[in-house]
Design a protein around this ligand. Structure first.
Ligand code: AMP
Length: 542
């Protein structure tokens, strides 16, 4: 067989040769911006020419601070295909973390969307590696800043030829990097190679996985800075799906729904928090999205109440699990042929089955002993495969690989005899009470099943007798604010969880703090939480 290098240049080649008429649509303040792949390709070539003229060399890191839009997609292709490394910056990081990752990656050129200049401006004078900032704008001037002279993206492109001679790349060259959202310590860089991105793309596309086709219209609401938007931009390019981008309008259910309806989206993708507001909006307005056949959802577990609410408004969720370190696709919850209809919901709520190309096992986090797939034992998920990280950039956290080379994910799960993964918790979030484990995720899910509850996060707080006991932080639905009591929540839980799992306290809050990628930020909750007020006996196990 030919020794053919698997690179992203192949995806670009397919776009140019096969999908010129397919569109990339981006939401704007008023209306949308439309461009065909046919018109995008010469711009990608011009961009590569501009990068070369700016002195970008193979292996250099080029950063983007941008929303999901067509220019970001151009950067997604031009940077890796000309041999440099695309570093997508998480625009929700704290300034000190953003400064850290830009320095750590040693980014040389930084592309910024006009509306994000204020974020970058907080780092003015603190980015020694960045030789040039390029402003992406539709002609409007940059807001006030101390960043010095910025080049104009469109002017740069205009000065270049629409043809570019792409260099020969090796598949193991770095193509892109993403930093983990880091709820503890500094963010850590994960470097994806061309090969890993190529194979991951093929994995994403499989029918039992995300199953994108040319006939699909894909709407990635998951940010392009979060694990490469789950690999969707390259997957869309490989098969020629039309893409819809939300730009900066990603948090608002009305614009998400209207864009999906107007552009006839068939696949939506985003984290659970987006769908909580979307389901409520659809219910309230009666609007439906009949063309949508799949809502890909991952990043945190889908609460049962959410999946049911989405089913009720005709949106079928596909649960997926993964992490920045796994490119990110690790598992998907497609229902298998033999599952009777009455068991489907249960199976869809699991994190599903490990995808072809990745191997999985669970192991006792302390002893490392592998645990059986019996649906009872739970331990840390360990994975290996061609799109799984072997370590972090600059050698951080070297203990993530086991002695025999498996990646330790830090997620705790059970696996049933049929292979369904059921994530119980993060190793650092699981609550240890009287020597027994309590799953904060299970408790949260149970509480979020209460009709008056919008969101709930559970953490373990120190307890003099039991080491730790669960405390629930609950956000009531707006119409029930101040009208739901601690006892009501505890009563509701009584027939749903073991007695010794009942939270010691239920505290009502206005909002659950979220991480930069929209997950519950338990570090913040822990940091702010007052100690458990009572030292009353927690009910013993059993
Ligand atoms: P990130 O690298 O920011 O994408 O975070 C990855 C982490 O998110 C995983 O290690 C899990 O803890 C969590 N996660 C992702 N998908 C799921 C899911 N479907 N269910 C539960 N947790 C998830």
């Amino acid at each position: 067989m030919q020794d053919y290098d698997l690179t992203l240049q192949h995806v670009l080649w397919r776009i140019e040769k096969l999908f010129r008429r397919k569109e990339v649509v981006t939401k704007r303040e008023q209306g949308v911006h439309r461009i065909s792949y046919g018109d995008l390709v010469p711009r990608i070539n011009q961009l590569a020419g501009a990068l070369k003229r700016l002195g970008v060399k193979p292996g250099d890191r080029v950063a983007t601070l941008a929303w999901n839009n067509w220019r970001h997609l151009e950067l997604y292709y031009a940077i890796p295909c000309m041999g440099a490394v695309l570093h997508t910056l998480n625009l929700r990081l704290f300034p000190k973390d953003l400064e850290f990752v830009i320095k750590d990656a040693d980014d040389t050129i930084l592309f910024v969307d006009r509306t994000l200049v204020p974020i970058l401006n907080q780092l003015a004078g603190k980015l020694p590696s960045v030789k040039q900032i390029v402003l992406m704008t539709d002609g409007e001037p940059a807001p006030e800043n101390q960043l010095g002279k910025m080049l104009d993206y469109e002017a740069l492109l205009k000065a270049e030829s629409p043809e570019f001679a792409w260099p020969v790349l090796e598949e193991r060259n770095a193509a892109a990097m993403c930093y983990t959202s880091g709820t503890t310590g500094n963010p850590k860089g994960v470097v994806y190679s061309h090969r890993s991105q190529f194979i991951h793309t093929m994995g994403v596309l499989q029918v039992d996985n995300l199953a994108l086709s040319e006939r699909d219209v894909v709407f990635p609401i998951v940010p392009m800075f979060h694990a490469n938007s789950w690999g969707l931009p390259y997957a869309c390019g490989m098969v020629g799906s039309k893409v819809i981008f939300p730009d900066r309008f990603m948090g608002d259910a009305k614009s998400v729904v209207e864009l999906a309806r107007d552009e006839e989206a068939t696949i939506l993708a985003g984290v659970p928090t987006i769908w909580t507001t979307t389901a409520a909006y659809l219910k309230e307005t009666g609007i439906r999205l009949p063309k949508v056949h799949t809502v890909i959802c991952g990043g945190s577990a889908i609460p049962r109440a959410l999946m049911v609410a989405m089913d009720e408004v005709g949106l079928r969720m596909l649960h997926a699990w993964g992490m920045t370190e796994t490119s990110p696709l690790g598992s998907t919850a497609r229902v298998r042929s033999w599952v009777p209809p009455e068991e489907e919901l249960e199976k869809r709520l699991t994190q599903g089955l490990v995808v072809p190309g990745v191997e999985i096992r669970i192991a006792d986090p302390a002893s490392g002993v592998e645990l059986p797939w019996d649906g009872v034992a739970f331990g840390e998920i360990q994975v290996r495969g061609s799109w799984i990280a072997s370590g972090y950039y600059n050698g951080y956290d070297p203990g993530k690989l086991t002695d025999d080379g498996w990646f330790r994910t830090g997620d705790v799960a059970k696996i049933d005899p049929d292979g369904h993964i059921l994530i119980v918790d993060r190793t650092k979030d699981v609550i240890k009470s009287g020597g027994e484990w309590i799953s904060s995720v299970d408790l949260e899910n149970a509480i979020m099943g209460h009709p008056k509850v919008l969101e709930a996060a559970v953490i373990g707080l120190p307890h003099p007798k039991w080491d730790e006991r669960p405390v629930a932080f609950v956000v009531a639905r707006p119409e029930f604010k101040g009208k739901v009591s601690e006892d009501e929540i505890k009563d509701f839980l009584k027939d749903k969880v073991a007695k010794w799992w009942l939270p010691d306290e239920v505290r009502f809050i206005d909002e659950v703090p979220k991480t930069s990628v929209g997950k519950f930020d338990k570090k913040v909750l822990r940091g702010n939480a007052a100690a458990i007020a009572t030292t009353a006996e927690a009910p013993a196990k059993g």
